[in-house]
Design a protein around this ligand. Structure first.
Ligand code: ADP
Length: 243
């Protein structure tokens, strides 16, 4: 039976009196990949900001495996297994791919202890690079990577930190069609092992990865369903046409 991993309950936040997220309710199962779509300004990025602790909720609950993240500091949320990828990548550009991964692996709980005991992170590191298609770039400085490769490195950094819940904000922005297909392939291979929430505008990409789509409008959940169900939903059509 599927187990709920993340649950948002009546989540609200205001900016200068404007309700950017307004009684948002969302439930995502363990190992599920959920696409979050909606017109510009619907509150999608703010919802990710609330989950990772970048923005504090005004009211409501954010439950991860039953623990209330809304009561935690952002570093505690990261330790609880939430990893966020922003639109602008935050890799160390001067360091090689290998060194970027080493740094991320050292942030993982227990890894420092393993290193002091003489354990090696090399095997995990190479597996991660292979997983995101960067095995041949391990000794390249991150500054030399293409736009797509930089995004994949950042996904690998979240995996290195053992993030159980991965939040991806527009992962295909600025990518070529080929890079977008490869990103879809990475997302599809992550399903089942990680819970993933992807905010995305590219409906072709969403169709390739999302089993269930959640549509946000004016800070709330407007509709939920498969890509076909959402495309046929009159209320969703009205919202997109009106934006
Ligand atoms: P989406 O990601 O769906 O395009 P956002 O979550 O970025 O929407 O924004 C939702 C609304 O909240 C928008 O009207 C935006 O202008 C507003 N907003 C987001 N962040 C802030 C902020 N830090 N201060 C003021 N208004 C904000």
């Amino acid at each position: 039976m599927s187990q709920v991993h993340l649950q948002l309950v009546d989540l609200c936040v205001s900016f200068n009196g404007f309700r950017a997220v307004n009684n948002l309710n969302l439930s995502v199962n363990k190992g599920e990949l959920r696409c979050l779509i909606g017109p510009n300004g619907a509150g999608k990025t703010t919802a990710l900001d609330l989950i990772c602790g970048k923005t504090r909720a005004l009211s409501g609950e954010i439950r991860l495996d039953g623990r209330n993240l809304a009561a935690m500091e952002d570093y505690q949320i990261a330790r609880a297994g939430v990893g966020r990828k922003f639109q602008v990548p935050s890799v160390f550009r001067q360091l090689t791919v290998r060194d970027n991964l080493e740094v991320a692996l050292c942030r993982k709980p227990g890894v420092m202890a393993n290193l002091f005991r003489g354990g090696r992170s090399g095997e995990g590191l190479e597996h991660l690079a292979e997983f995101v298609g960067l095995a041949d770039q391990l000794d390249e400085p991150a500054a030399n990577l293409s736009h797509g490769q930089t995004q994949w490195l950042e996904i690998a950094l979240l995996l290195a930190q053992d993030s159980e819940l991965i939040l991806l904000d527009e992962p295909t922005a600025g990518m070529t069609a080929q890079e977008t297909r490869k990103t879809a392939d990475i997302c599809n291979r992550l399903k089942g092992k990680h819970t993933i929430i992807v905010v995305e505008h590219d409906m072709g990409f969403v169709r390739d990865i999302g089993d269930v789509l959640s549509v946000m409008h004016q800070g709330s959940l407007l509709a939920e369903g498969t890509a076909d169900e959402i495309s046929a939903n009159e209320r969703v059509r009205e919202v997109y046409l009106g934006s």
